[in-house]
Design a protein around this ligand. Structure first.
Ligand code: BGC
Length: 453
């Protein structure tokens, strides 16, 4: 049975999501400082095709057209991030007036178009000036971050009600400070463990800062989450899956909820203790108004002695004969249901928003249009599972599609397209994909329902 947005109820929030580095471009314009991604992408061999976000999808210059397009698609909520180095070029100290003007203009124009801005404070683009002082491995980052958060709330908190503190801390610490696949390209436990601890402290400190400045603001943070299954029933596989689960799903949420780090289950995490100071257990805790879950797929895991510390390795979708996206991620709609049920069962998680969900496919324009039936099917199937969880009592109150337009997909460069709107990169022309028109219709049913009272 086809689902309708009205099935989710009147209060449900629908939106689209993006981030600063992936879309803005204008990386050296109007006084912006460099971010770790501006520098990392200069290194040969790091990004597919040698791509970088220098131009992004020109959101810095095209935000008016893009927000109008959003309005045309019946989108009423837009999740985007602020670029820390655009606002504070050195990370701390003197602000960049032009950066403030830009976000004021974006926020004001959204509101003028009837679109509610949902703002992420940190979506991975740390100011390079701070990385040179150790970045997330330096405990001072907690204070730098608090000051940056306070600055943003003072500037924009009068109009932006919904805030997200960090985007997917596991992704930027794991890929950026352990595997070296994302900026700043650091590797090893000696970088990863302090980065984890300081990101966790910053998450809680950021949330407290917002509430202290204005307790009416609605504060959340986003977490990547995927069910993790063993490749077979062998005990070794099951244990490997449990270890990956700790890292993928538990490492950041549990200390925030006051449960402490899950280090009894993955020995190597005991090294976190080295970075803890007296009183940190309490500083790691914070009450969020909502938890943002971002789900794309599930992970299937096998035991492996080759992988140090974790002794586990992912079995990619391509090796399992399952439906998959261009990212080689399994299309697994039940996954979003499973993570919703699971996170809802944590004491302290009262309200959940799906802050990202979507898929990359090989979109090709034909005669000026882009037909992407797989993406439509993906959204329908995942949304049906969100609805199922909601009907079973999970307090999920919103859903943001990733992404509004195609954009810079980190280490994959521009080769992977997640948008509801296609971007022709040489001309920057936008083409609404069939999935974009589908979303427009899907949201229309809600508009009719609201009008009907
Ligand atoms: C991130 C996005 C990214 C998407 C698809 C999420 O991990 O927040 O920035 O583009 O997944 O990989």
């Amino acid at each position: 049975m086809p689902i309708h947005s009205s099935d989710f109820g009147k209060e449900f929030t629908w939106g689209v999501a993006s981030s600063a580095y992936q879309t803005e471009g204008a990386y050296l314009e109007d006084g912006k400082g460099l971010s770790v991604w501006d520098v990392f992408t200069r290194q040969a061999g790091k990004i597919k095709g040698g791509d970088n976000g220098n131009q992004g999808v020109h959101f810095y210059h095209r935000y008016i057209q893009d927000i109008i397009l959003m309005q045309f698609l019946n989108v009423k909520n837009f999740r985007f991030s602020l670029s820390w180095p655009r606002l504070l070029p050195e990370g701390i100290g003197k602000p960049n007036e032009k950066g403030i003007d830009f976000y004021n203009a974006v926020i004001d124009f959204c509101l003028e178009c009837g679109i509610e801005p949902w703002v992420t404070l940190y979506h991975w683009d740390l100011p390079q000036a701070l990385e040179e002082k150790g970045g997330w491995t330096n405990r001072d980052v907690v204070h730098w971050f608090e000051d940056y958060v306070a600055f943003c709330i003072q500037q924009f908190g009068d109009r932006v009600r919904h805030w997200m503190v960090l985007n997917e801390p596991m992704a930027f610490t794991g890929a950026g400070y352990f595997l070296g696949l994302h900026a700043p390209g650091k590797k090893g436990l000696g970088n990863f463990l302090p980065a984890v601890h300081h990101a966790s402290l910053s998450l809680a400190a950021g949330a407290r800062t917002i509430k202290t400045l204005n307790h009416n603001l609605i504060v959340g943070s986003t977490f990547s989450c995927s069910p993790v299954d063993p490749v077979d029933r062998a005990v070794l596989s099951q244990e490997a899956a449990q270890r990956v689960d700790v890292l993928s799903n538990r490492l950041f949420i549990e200390p925030l909820l006051g449960l402490g780090y899950p280090w009894q289950d993955v020995k190597v995490l005991q090294g976190l203790e080295r970075y803890m100071k007296a009183g940190d257990e309490n500083l790691l805790k914070a009450n969020l108004d909502f938890i943002g879950l971002q789900n794309y797929t599930r992970e299937v895991v096998r035991h492996s002695t080759i992988m140090p510390y974790i002794n586990a390795r992912l079995v990619k979708a391509g090796k399992r004969n399952v439906p998959k996206t261009e990212m080689d991620w399994e299309i697994y709609p039940q996954g979003i249901y499973r993570v919703l049920k699971r996170f809802a069962s944590y004491k302290g998680v009262d309200k959940i928003i799906i802050t990202e969900n979507g898929a990359a496919f090989n979109d090709v324009p034909v005669n000026g249009s882009v037909d992407d039936p797989q993406r439509i099917r993906f959204y329908e199937e995942y949304l049906a599972q969100v609805l199922k969880a909601k009907r079973e009592g999970v307090n999920v109150q919103g859903y943001f599609a990733w992404s509004f337009t195609d954009n810079f997909e980190w280490a994959e460069g521009y080769s992977k397209r997640f948008g509801l709107v296609y971007v022709d990169y040489p001309t920057q022309r936008r083409i609404i994909k069939a999935s974009g028109f589908w979303f427009q219709q899907f949201l229309q049913s809600r508009a009719q329902y609201l009008r009907a009272g």
